[in-house]
Design a protein around this ligand. Structure first.
Ligand code: FNR
Length: 388
């Protein structure tokens, strides 16, 4: 499904370890951070992805000028793929009342404006579709992130696989019955159709970070004894059902990604072995890439956070499930991101907070790695190549 299109690599001279092509007596360039990548019919101009990041800045789920500038400026800054933040497929699936949503046709046009602008800058527009499950109905993080329990205060009752709250004292989620689960799959499908109408060419299913789909995967949050709980096969059923449904409605030429938490970082929880099996199944359903994050299912996990700490999970899934992966988490330096790609540890580098600090991170990477900075036309003639 993937078609790597290596561009000449300024870093790969004979001493850099390029692969000799005996028939043509030339260096075959390595794939690096600046190499384009074609997935299905969509070509990314390099391997830098803007990781989805909630802005908690919507009213009634609507995208607005903030989102246009927030996302648009990273497209101007050379990023290849711009992923819109976790966008709720139902109102109850929002983390906070200020989350982005796509549960109604009214959400399409403001999102279409963003997709149009992003594409106009040579980037690809993608969107992450999400349901927050038992972690829904909270205050935005800068107000403390606490659960909003009273409906009168703008909150709502939350759903999940089992009546187990995230934190002691949080509202107990109402377990979804079979009709409720079907309703969730339908909501993901309707959201996907709207996202396609809005012009997005990459869809990412959010099955990570302790939100609804992850809650079904993990034995820590899923204590069901029906066909959606118990065995690994049963716990994977909802995620696979959503992926299958979305692949069925998406055009053949558009990629489908799934973000997972590769491990809960807790004994007896979801782990990398189960993630490999899930990724194999997702691969079989036509999912194109696993975006490999970790954690956030339970509050007390011990996570060894450090530079690129989740990259080994991306490598393992890529090797053992035979599917493309994205690496994410504390990737801040272009050289480090480049190493991840050249070592074959992942196919894409998802950048989060460093892109908040520097919307021109991808152009900086092009500069640092000896590529041609992709300044937008009105800037390019003026700033030339200098970054300082
Ligand atoms: C996030 N993250 C996140 N992840 C996700 O899958 N959907 C989302 O909407 C969000 N929202 C979000 C908001 C903000 C403000 C931050 C900082 C993070 C996680 C993010 O995509 C990424 O995985 C992490 O930030 C780790 O990458 P960095 O920041 O170390 O590059």
């Amino acid at each position: 499904m993937a078609d790597d299109s290596p561009r000449p690599n300024p870093l790969s001279g004979p001493s850099h370890g390029g692969i000799a092509d005996a028939d043509h007596d030339r260096e075959v360039p390595e794939i690096d951070l600046l190499s384009p990548l074609t997935i299905r019919g969509v070509t990314l101009r390099n391997r830098v992805v803007m990781s989805p990041m909630c802005q908690y800045s919507s009213e009634d789920g609507l995208a607005n000028d903030w989102h246009l500038v927030h996302l648009g400026s990273r497209a101007v800054g050379g990023t290849a793929l711009i992923l819109v933040e976790a966008t709720a497929v139902t109102p109850e699936g929002r983390i906070s009342p200020a989350d982005m949503g796509i549960w109604g046709d009214q959400h399409v046009e403001p999102l279409a404006r963003i997709a149009r602008f992003v594409k106009g800058q040579g980037a690809v527009a993608g969107i992450q579709l999400a349901h927050a499950g038992r972690k829904a109905s909270c205050e935005p993080p800068w107000k403390g992130g606490a659960s909003i329990t009273a409906a009168g205060a703008g909150g709502w009752s939350v759903v999940g696989p089992s009546p187990i709250p995230f934190l002691d004292g949080d509202p107990v989620p109402e377990p979804l019955d079979e009709a409720g689960i079907e309703g969730i799959i339908d909501a993901f499908e309707a959201a996907c159709r709207r996202a396609l109408t809005a012009g997005f060419e990459v869809i990412e299913i959010h099955a990570a970070h302790g939100y609804l789909l992850h809650e079904f995967l993990s034995p820590l949050s899923n204590h069901r004894d029906d066909s959606y709980g118990g065995s690994l096969e049963n716990r994977m059923r909802l995620v696979l059902g959503v992926a299958e449904r979305l692949r069925g409605v998406m055009p053949e030429e558009y990629p489908l990604f799934v973000r997972i938490s590769a491990t809960d970082w807790v004994e007896g929880g979801w782990d990398i072995e189960q993630s490999v099996v899930l990724s194999q199944h997702l691969n079989g359903l036509g999912v194109d890439l696993i975006d490999v994050s970790s954690g956030a299912l339970v509050p007390k996990a011990q996570i060894p956070v450090s530079k690129g700490y989740q990259v080994p999970f991306a490598r393992r899934i890529k090797d053992e499930a035979g599917i493309m992966t994205g690496a994410v988490g504390l990737i801040t330096e272009p050289g480090h991101a480049n190493e991840i790609i050249t070592a074959g540890n992942a196919d894409l580098a998802f950048i989060g907070r460093e892109l908040l600090r520097d919307p021109y991170w991808a152009i900086r990477a092009q500069h640092d790695l000896g590529g041609e900075p992709s300044w937008p036309v009105p800037y390019g003639y003026a700033v030339k190549r200098r970054m300082k």
